[in-house]
Design a protein around this ligand. Structure first.
Ligand code: NAI
Ligand code: A1CAB
Length: 297
């Protein structure tokens, strides 16, 4: 990480959030919505209620409303102006649609954003400059890169503020994402690299669990037992990392008896050049983010 990067809780105490509009509540914005609500941090009642959400399908909006009865969940399928209704009176707008849909959603809402509204994008590969260019001049724009463990309060979010964003606005968004885990502030120039590590990272780990499960079956375990063994091993190891205060290296060493079985297995895994392979994988994610930024400019 560069000198420009800091992981911290917000230094400014925040006792509440302004009305929030979550535009596009799928996997990621849904995880943030769950986390913010679970945190109990008060959200101000805007003119149309404190938290508003939008997505395309009515079934999904109904599911959000059932899960969070206080939320005003709107569906584009029922209300073509859902995004415009959601942002009216909101203090923070969280853009959670797919990258290629961002421009369309910004065009829908740009003339109904209240002065002083903070726009936060979670989209991969969509730059602050391209978002700011689609909004009224002077709109505060921040770009964040969260990850799905946010839904259980264990996320990590990269946060980059655009030009002209005040310290107070940045602190507010930082506090919002503190409710769903750890926040790392960084320059926007580094956000694609952060995304490659922590935004996509949960998928790498889930892919590993799937591989461990499949390999366990190949050496003779039933599908059911293989799943218990693989899932619980990773859950237990992650908790140990979180709760023991020891580094991954120390914990690995504690499992690996000299001349024992783990050492043999790790030697086989290392044959694949895992660090080189992981570095190549991260670079592929970064390259794709750069390509998306050009496509979405
Ligand atoms: N899934 C992840 O782990 C992460 C995703 N992201 C970013 O989050 C964004 C969303 O990704 P996911 O949640 O995975 O996608 P998703 O497909 O689960 O969610 C997108 C949501 O947007 C809604 N939507 C589509 N068009 C809309 C419109 N015009 N107005 C309102 N809602 C609309 C859809 O109904 C859907 O609920 C992407 O830009 C992605 O780059 C960022 C970090 C991690
Ligand atoms: O795969 C993606 O493009 C998004 C960004 C990071 C995680 N999911």
């Amino acid at each position: 990480m560069t000198d420009a990067t800091t992981a911290s809780a917000s230094t400014t105490p925040i006792t509440g959030l302004p009305a929030l509009a979550f535009l596009g509540v799928g996997s990621m914005n849904g995880a943030i919505l769950d986390g913010v609500i679970a945190s109990g941090l008060p959200v101000a009642d805007g003119a149309e209620g404190g938290i508003r959400t939008t997505n395309r399908s009515a079934a999904r909006a109904d599911a959000i409303a059932a899960r969070h009865p206080g939320v005003r969940a709107l569906a584009g399928e029922r209300d073509p102006e859902a995004n415009r209704h959601a942002v009216a009176g909101a203090g923070i707008v969280l853009l959670g649609v797919k990258p290629y849909q961002v421009a369309d959603v910004l065009a829908q809402v740009r003339d109904v954003l209240a002065p002083g509204t903070i726009v936060v994008s979670i989209a991969s590969g969509v730059t602050i400059a391209s978002i700011a260019a689609a909004l009224p001049e002077g709109t505060a724009v921040l770009r964040v890169m969260p990850n799905t463990p946010a839904s259980v309060g264990a996320g990590v979010t990269g946060l980059a503020a655009g030009p002209g964003v005040t310290g107070a606005q940045r602190a507010l968004v930082h506090a919002l994402f503190d409710t769903v885990g750890v926040v790392v502030e960084l320059d926007e120039a580094r956000i694609d690299e952060l995304s490659a590590v922590s935004g996509s990272g949960p998928a790498y780990l889930f892919a590993f669990v799937e591989e461990l499960e499949q390999a366990a079956q190949r050496i003779g375990f039933s599908a059911e037992d293989a799943r218990v063994l693989a899932d619980q091993t990773v859950i237990g190891a992650a908790r140990l990392l979180a709760e023991s205060g020891r580094t991954a290296e120390e914990l690995r060493t504690a499992v690996t008896s000299p001349g024992g079985t783990t050492q043999e297995a790790l030697a086989v895994l290392a044959r694949g050049g895992r660090v080189e392979n992981m570095t190549e994988a991260l670079q592929a994610a970064v390259d794709r983010a750069h390509e998306m930024a050009r496509e979405n400019a």
